[in-house]
Design a binder for this molecule. Structure first.
Ligand code: SF4
Ligand code: FES
Length: 381
């Protein structure tokens, strides 16, 4: 293993590491980006291995570490891991639900050098939020947690994943962020892979709702300039061009799963045939540079038309590979979210149709469920 191996020019140094410390979580959100087959506690990496991974990440040039899950504070060693980030000069961002043991550990995390907190909020109205998150009494705990974060002087970001069950609350999310003293609010329309793909019909808003949510955000950005930054992630199915998913495959981010597999994006395991290397067998440097999963869709050589000759190919890198697999049945296809994809009209029609129907009940995220990934089954008929 050689953590300091030079990076070839086609593989720029990664800037971020998403450390999925555990898949355990008290919430059961139906849009969770974790895989359908969640890792169990017994298979999680130990503290020393995470510390080695973080040391290798710092050596590679990583700047930000997102301590995520599941609920990262469910790990007994979360304070130790956070301290390791601080000792290595890595900017640490705790991505948390704010429930379970999060509040009890917050002071120790602050003392250990935590830099930033990103708190998920499922809704503004408590009853609605708790229905979406699948946990009673979660909302008051989240509010107390947010207050404590701000009292400590830690920068707070609220993350709201938007879908038809809460899209009417976008203005409320903005007010809540201001009231709580958050510095940033993410209004992130649902990305449809993992559990969100299973729940797509229950989550898909209609175009008029989406347009209204964008209008509300744009007006608030003007009004709250200098007070609150609002990030808006627009929904792919109604977009003109796709996003550069994960900043482009193998260009910016590494995602380490609870068991130590290293992925180019959080949903990459849905793509059949990709070979993922493990932190116990290879250094992060080797994985970033040479592992088959990272090299598969890095750059533009793998692209088909229309991406291959498109002048946006180094802006959005062809969109999302996982979504291309889910909707086109081919991970190397143009993301059907793109208006230049031959499948775009069909995908848009699917969204319109689902949004017009009565939403089915949520399929809540659970460990040990036997739900099969529809992403592996290829394109819709
Ligand atoms: Fe992006 Fe490909 Fe669409 Fe061009 S054709 S905008 S590169 S997804
Ligand atoms: Fe895998 Fe977009 S989620 S490339």
């Amino acid at each position: 293993m050689n953590a300091q191996a030079p990076i070839r020019p086609e593989a720029p140094a990664p800037v971020g590491l998403l450390a999925e410390l555990t898949h355990r979580c008290p919430l059961r959100c139906p849009y969770c980006s974790n895989p359908l087959e969640l890792d169990r506690r017994s298979g999680e990496l130990d503290t020393a291995t995470w510390q080695r991974v973080l040391t290798e990440a710092a050596g590679l040039g990583v700047l930000h570490v997102h301590l995520s899950g599941g609920e990262p504070t469910a790990r007994n060693d979360i304070v130790e891991i956070t301290k390791t980030c601080a000792d290595l000069g890595l900017y640490s961002n705790l991505i948390t639900s704010g429930v379970g043991g999060a509040l009890d550990k917050l002071q120790a995390l602050y003392d250990a050098g935590l830099d930033h907190v990103q708190l998920s909020v499922q809704g503004v109205d408590a009853q609605n939020a708790e229905k979406i998150g699948g946990l009673k009494n979660a909302q008051p705990q989240k509010m107390v947690f947010a207050q404590k974060v701000v009292e400590l002087g830690l920068p707070l970001t609220l993350n709201s994943v938007i879908h038809r069950g809460n899209i009417h609350e976008v203005a409320g999310f903005i007010d809540l962020a201001v009231t709580l003293g958050a510095k940033r609010l993410e209004v992130a329309h649902t990305q449809y892979y993992g559990w969100a793909y299973v729940n797509r019909a229950a989550l898909m808003p209609n175009k008029a709702q989406v347009d209204e949510s964008i209008r509300i955000v744009e007006a608030a950005r003007e009004r709250l300039k200098g007070q609150l930054v609002i990030d808006l992630v627009v929904p792919d199915y109604y977009a003109k061009y796709p996003k550069a998913c994960a900043g482009g495959w193998g260009r910016k981010l590494m995602n380490v799963t609870p068991q130590g597999k290293v992925l180019p994006c959080h949903a990459a395991e849905t793509i059949p045939g990709l070979e993922f290397w493990h932190v116990t067998d290879h250094s992060l440097g080797e994985i970033w540079r040479d592992s088959p999963a990272f090299t598969a869709y890095r750059g533009t050589d793998w692209m088909q038309e229309p991406c291959r000759s498109c002048d946006r190919r180094e802006k959005d890198w062809g969109g999302c590979r996982c979504q291309a697999l889910a909707l086109a049945g081919d991970a190397a296809a143009t993301d059907p979210a793109c208006s230049l994809s031959p499948l775009h009209a069909k995908v848009r029609a699917l969204a319109v149709e689902e949004a017009a129907e009565t939403p089915p009940d949520y399929v809540y995220r659970t460990i040990g469920s036997n739900i099969r990934s529809p992403l592996k089954e290829g394109a819709p008929s």
